[in-house]
Design a protein around this ligand. Structure first.
Ligand SMILES: Cc1ncc(COP(=O)(O)O)c(C=O)c1O
Length: 476
């Protein structure tokens, strides 16, 4: 343990070490049972004789604050009660009022026997051994001497991403167009910093991605939810005052709808008549199970108003915190500056390892491999849902991603209560109504197939069936 005692040089050092340690024990800063450094080590770090420290330790031991265990060391007495536990003061200062009005975050479903929750990938599929090799290859002396506070991130990774999204997603970009971020979330944050004034209107999808809504609201934007149907965002209902439109056209979150080509063109035409920035979040469409993907908005954009955002949270792991954005030239300098202002250029080791992972062709191979695993799990889940009584759940079509979305046919169902019953029955899944902000929430259940084994699906569906309400009205 590192004990930050003051190194004072004059006076009775044993007495001042005693007092500082006693204060720390009484305040609870040195917790009951905590191990103290060996007297020799503490003496060396304070530049005093060892006997000075042992005098202080002996006195505290005699008074019952410390105990010595032969061969193990000196510890704070395990049953000591901090007498005047000093907590941080409640505080006279307050956050900006906007933090009190943010929509609440959607909590992760608690872990259960059958995991149909929505979120990151199956991390047991993460290529850990390969990643270790690449991290270790990246940790070179040159990394230590490189300037830590400049640049736009790992240039090799920027180039790899430009190539990858060009080939796999038809995104038009060179290496210099790619700005590395800590996940999609930071990409949204720097876009907000770059283009939003307080009270600017940001359109989000309804239902939609709560973390994006909260982020824009935290910047002081007025968030306007706009309805989503089977063709994606309903462009006809966009408010003329919008400054930013945030969309997930490849795989709408959470409904799974793919924005139709007609709507994509309508959105771009609508935006080009106004001073609107379109933020295209393509967070999980690498996992594609059926049809060929439509060209992203970024590819169809003719006047430079789409910011394309991607993430490695689904293809690899959310805790890597790597994402990127590809913006029109007119925004690039400001976005780069906004990124540098928030956390400089990000984590060079992770970015370097990922660059190697991609340049060795391992990302594409990994995506191909895990897509096969997810395809089997997805099919098993869809087959299982098809065995449920008709007229209860309407499974929404979805060709990509790691979850499927369903709506209750009966719009009066309390999906939060059904999800809670399912959790009690051992099945984790997510109610859909919590993702609505504006229009009347529709009840439904979103189900991830990322972490469910094929042979677990029948039992999971049987348990779900047992908590579902009876058939409702025909779909409207
Ligand atoms: C709509 C959407 N965008 C982006 C992400 C990824 O965010 P990040 O890259 O910050 O982990 C997710 C993850 O669940 C998501 O659902």
């Amino acid at each position: 343990m590192d004990l930050p005692l003051s190194p004072g040089t004059s006076g009775d050092r044993a007495a001042s070490i005693y007092r500082e340690l006693l204060d720390a024990v009484l305040d609870g800063r040195l917790a009951a049972g905590a191990k103290l450094p060996p007297s020799r080590a503490l003496a060396a770090s304070l530049g005093v004789a060892r006997g000075t420290v042992t005098t202080a330790y002996d006195r505290l031991t005699a008074e019952g604050f410390l105990v010595t265990r032969v061969g193990a060391g000196t510890f704070v007495c395990p049953d000591i009660e901090p007498r005047r536990a000093r907590r941080a003061p409640v505080g006279a200062v307050r956050p900006r009022p906007v933090w009190e009005s943010l929509p609440p975050p959607v909590a992760d479903a608690a872990p259960t026997e059958f995991d149909l929750s929505v979120g990151g990938p199956d991390t047991t599929l993460f290529p850990l051994a390969v990643w270790r090799r690449l991290v270790s290859a990246t940790l070179r002396p040159s990394l230590l001497t490189a300037s830590a506070y400049e640049g736009g991130g790992h240039p090799g990774l920027q180039a790899e991403i430009a190539r990858y999204v060009g080939l796999s997603r038809s995104v038009v970009a060179g290496a210099e167009d790619v700005l590395l971020t800590n996940g999609a979330q930071q990409a949204l944050d720097v876009v907000a910093r770059a283009v939003l004034d307080p009270k600017d209107v940001v359109v989000v999808e309804d239902p939609g991605y709560t973390a994006a809504t909260r982020l824009f609201a935290s910047h002081g934007a007025v968030v306007r939810p706009v309805r989503v149907d089977a063709e994606g965002l309903v462009v006809d209902e966009l408010p003329g005052s919008a400054r930013v439109v945030y969309v997930t056209p490849s795989h709408q979150f959470p409904t799974g709808a793919v924005m139709s080509l007609r709507r994509r063109i309508a959105l771009l035409e609508w935006a080009s008549r106004r001073n609107v920035v379109i933020v295209e979040d393509d967070y999980d469409s690498e996992f594609r199970f059926e049809d060929r993907p439509l060209a992203p908005l970024q590819n169809l954009d003719r006047d430079g108003r789409v910011v394309y955002i991607g993430s490695f949270s689904k293809t690899l792991m959310p805790s890597l915190r790597v994402g990127y954005l590809i913006a029109p030239r007119s925004l690039q300098d400001t976005l780069r500056e906004a990124k540098l202002l928030t956390d400089w250029q990000g984590d060079a080791v992770t970015q370097g390892a990922l660059a190697r992972f991609m340049s060795e062709g391992l990302l594409s191979a990994h995506v191909r491999k895990v897509t096969k695993v997810y395809a089997r799990r997805r099919q098993a889940l869809l087959d299982g849902l098809a065995t449920l009584p008709a007229g209860v759940l309407q499974v929404l079509p979805s060709a990509a991603g790691l979850h499927v979305c369903t709506y209750f046919v009966d719009r009066g169902v309390d999906d939060v209560a059904v999800a809670a019953d399912a959790a009690r029955a051992g099945v984790a899944l997510e109610p859909v109504s919590v993702r609505f902000r504006g229009s009347t929430p529709r009840p439904g259940l979103a189900m991830g197939f990322r972490r469910i084994e094929v042979d677990q699906v029948p039992e999971a569906v049987a348990r779900l069936a047992a908590v579902l309400p009876g058939p409702g009205q025909a779909p409207t």
